[in-house]
Write a protein that binds this ligand. Structure first.
Ligand SMILES: [Zn+2]
Length: 60
């Protein structure tokens, strides 16, 4: 499992981020959140997440 450095999305079984198309992925991350409704999630707002999905909270 990897996280996208550009948008924090969790990427599984791929070398490209499905959300932003970036290939800048890392396994060096900690924390995982699942955002269902970005508009009502304070964490999502803080992390600038606008699309529902799984995200890393901390990317090194
Ligand atoms: Zn991305």
């Amino acid at each position: 499992m990897k996280a996208c450095r550009s948008c924090r999305a969790i990427v599984e079984k791929s070398d490209t981020c499905a959300l932003c198309g970036s290939k800048d992925l890392t396994t060096e991350f900690s924390g995982l959140i699942i955002v269902i409704d970005p508009n009502s999630s304070e964490i999502a707002k803080k992390l600038n997440i606008t699309v529902p999905g799984k995200y890393a909270t901390n990317i090194k």
